[in-house]
Design a protein around this ligand. Structure first.
Ligand SMILES: *[C@@H]1O[C@H](CO)[C@@H](O)[C@H](O)[C@H]1NC(C)=O
Ligand SMILES: *[C@@H]1O[C@H](CO)[C@@H](O)[C@H](O)[C@H]1NC(C)=O
Ligand SMILES: *[C@@H]1O[C@H](CO)[C@@H](O)[C@H](O)[C@H]1NC(C)=O
Ligand SMILES: *[C@@H]1O[C@H](CO)[C@@H](O)[C@H](O)[C@H]1NC(C)=O
Ligand SMILES: [Zn+2]
Length: 387
């Protein structure tokens, strides 16, 4: 750098400072955390943000979504294990891994993570892996070929394209199943073209097929609505004593007071509050199939492989520019947009990254755009907005 003139090196120093310290407020309840420790029940941790190959500054695709009791991984490029060691969350907290598509930059880290889980943790629950057809065989072949073990056991659930086979048809042969593999489920699209793949009492996960050169999915993780806030003042007015009755009402049960007065939850609870919604798309040049399902997201994670200058090649290359990402962000009305999966031409070029962020902001019609980098953390707090 010594041979650069003073002005240029100053500019470079300035760019790297703004890159490193910005604490971006993305909404009243979403912001860029300075570290992974600032955890409010939901956090996105970018572990790899490069497309195709790892570069000096970025590892290949992997994104961790930390939830209350579990961490989800989305894609699993090379180097993920080491990236995980640099985060404070436990390897053993990984409950499910979602694969968007079978390209190497999204799956080459998977066998390592599965084997590593067995060696570093005492995980007793099995790990669930969701992804395209072929994923089950890919993992089986590598683990079998390398004498790999997954002590926690694992299941692979495949998202199938086409019609669900009629009941009674024989399942495909499972003879070569790995010794640590338990039978996975096959999922088929609903009539709306959405794969409903997971639901518990707190979250749902859905998937939708996006357009890329190979079958590729986007995932939508949505928290269920929470009951409204309990109004102690209102409860007092109605003559309800603090204690068990408060809890019953909060849990949605009606109660009858000693004087025979019947109280229903809505007498003391405010409007129910919407859950948080995260949309994580795989590689794509068109994700219009998810327009409806992705509506109203808190965070949209969208690829940005192609430079604005090369926009005319984007569809042909099956990837997106920042402008394309911004348009989708606008169409679904997301609160904020995170660009990731940067092509190699972005390497070492903060000017390209910043221009892409600007282009996305214009297409989105909002300033709430951020360029991911490895170890970026985005915290999403709960909101009191009505559901
Ligand atoms: C972030 O900005 C929003 C307005 O966009 C504001 O309401 C909120 O209070 C800010 N939050 C923080 C933590 O600064
Ligand atoms: C990529 O991963 C390697 C291995 O964890 C790590 O040493 C390196 O810091 C990562 N790169 C960046 C830019 O974070
Ligand atoms: C796993 O659990 C066993 C017994 O519960 C314990 O002895 C061992 O140290 C644990 N290993 C790890 C890696 O936590
Ligand atoms: C995306 O694909 C849909 C469905 O094939 C099509 O109607 C739409 O025009 C495409 N959008 C763009 C921007 O090409
Ligand atoms: Zn990719």
């Amino acid at each position: 750098m010594h041979y650069l003139n003073g002005g240029l090196s100053l500019l470079i120093i300035f760019l790297s400072i703004t890159e490193g310290t910005a604490t971006n407020n993305l909404s009243s309840h979403i912001y860029e955390s300075t570290d992974f420790g600032d955890y409010k029940g939901m956090q996105l941790c970018f572990l790899g943000t490069s497309s195709s190959i790892p570069t000096l500054r970025r590892n290949t695709s992997c994104l961790a979504l930390r939830l209350d009791r579990v961490t989800y991984l989305f894609d699993c490029g090379e180097g993920v294990q080491k990236q995980l060691y640099k985060t404070p969350f436990r390897f053993g907290s990984i409950g499910s891994i979602f694969i968007t598509h079978m390209h190497g930059d999204h799956v080459f880290g998977l066998p390592g993570v599965l084997s590593g889980l067995g060696m570093t943790t005492n995980k007793s629950e099995r790990i669930n892996i969701y992804g395209p057809e072929g994923l089950r065989m890919y993992i089986r072949t590598i683990l079998n070929g390398c004498f790999g073990r997954v002590f926690s056991k694992y299941a692979v659930h495949e998202l199938k394209i086409g019609k669900k086979p009629k009941a009674g048809r024989k399942r495909t042969k499972e003879a070569d199943r790995h010794e640590d593999e338990v039978a996975g489920q096959d999922f088929y699209a609903s009539s709306e073209g959405i794969w409903d793949i997971f639901e518990d009492n707190q979250y749902t996960v859905k998937a939708g097929l996006v357009q890329h050169s190979v079958p590729c999915w986007g995932y939508i993780v949505e928290e269920k609505a929470r009951p409204g806030r309990f109004s102690v003042d209102r409860a007092r007015e109605l003559g309800i004593r603090p204690g068990g009755n408060y809890a019953l009402l909060q849990q949605g049960h009606s109660i009858t007071l000693k004087d025979g007065q019947k109280i229903v939850p809505s007498d003391v609870l405010g409007h129910s509050r919407r859950g948080r919604k995260i949309v994580i798309l795989g590689d794509t040049y068109n994700s219009s199939s998810l327009l409806m399902a992705a509506k109203g997201a808190d965070v949209l994670v969208h690829e940005c492989t192609v430079l604005e200058e090369e926009a005319s090649e984007a569809v042909f290359r099956h990837h997106s520019t920042a402008t394309m990402a911004g348009k989708f962000a606008r169409a679904i009305g997301t609160r904020c947009l995170v660009l990731t999966h940067f092509g190699c031409k972005f390497e070492g070029r903060m000017d390209h990254v910043q221009r892409s962020v600007k282009a996305a902001q214009i297409a989105f019609g909002s300033k709430k755009v951020i360029a991911a980098k490895d170890f970026l953390a985005i915290t999403v707090c709960q909101t009191d907005e009505p559901s």
